[in-house]
Design a protein around this ligand. Structure first.
Ligand code: ATP
Ligand code: MG
Length: 156
């Protein structure tokens, strides 16, 4: 049976602030900034949205050097869509790897990737976004950082 999407009204500032708070409890050295423009509330599945946010934030934390644990989140209402951007200052992803990172169990070889994780986070995010009728894309520069962009339909 297909998963049923919950549709709830979410106040985006409250949502971002509470998510940030939970990550900072786990990782006191994790720094966040955020901006919201063009809307206050939107209707979505808050559990799925939280899961997306958590996976992207965990990656931003994990794949950044100890003195650059930083994530900027922006949420904008643009032409009937909500555009989220998650921008970090981490180690980046080499260009030839970019098309692989959404595959199940795929992990890039790097110094932060020794153990622990399985390489399912982004594959899971991609599935969630498909369910939510959205899109995800990524831009990255090695040693500069990575930006994930998520576009979701805007339902008031
Ligand atoms: P899991 O999420 O299952 O714990 P994971 O983090 O390794 O494991 P994904 O989240 O699917 O798996 O990410 C796949 C790979 O993409 C990672 O192993 C990492 O090499 C790379 N990656 C993901 N996010 C970033 C990021 N923000 N900066 C640099 N590399 C990243
Ligand atoms: Mg991950």
């Amino acid at each position: 049976k297909a998963i049923q999407l919950n549709q709830e009204k979410v106040n985006i500032v409250d949502f971002i602030e509470s998510t940030i708070e939970s990550h900072q409890l786990k990782h006191p050295d994790f720094h966040f900034t955020y901006e919201v423009s063009g809307f206050k509330n939107f209707t979505t599945d808050p559990v799925l949205l939280g899961s997306l946010f958590d996976n992207l934030a965990e990656n931003a934390y994990k794949y950044s050097s100890p003195d650059q644990k930083y994530l900027h989140v922006s949420a904008r209402h643009i032409k009937g869509k909500i555009v989220f951007r998650f921008t970090d200052k981490g180690i980046g992803i080499p260009a030839p790897e970019i098309n692989n990172i959404f595959k199940k169990f795929y992990r890039v070889q790097n110094q932060y990737n020794q153990n622990g994780s399985v390489g399912l986070g982004l594959a899971f995010c991609k599935e969630l976004i498909t369910l939510m009728k959205g899109e995800i894309s990524v831009k990255s520069k090695v040693n500069k950082g990575t930006e994930f962009k998520i576009i979701l339909p805007y339902n008031e």
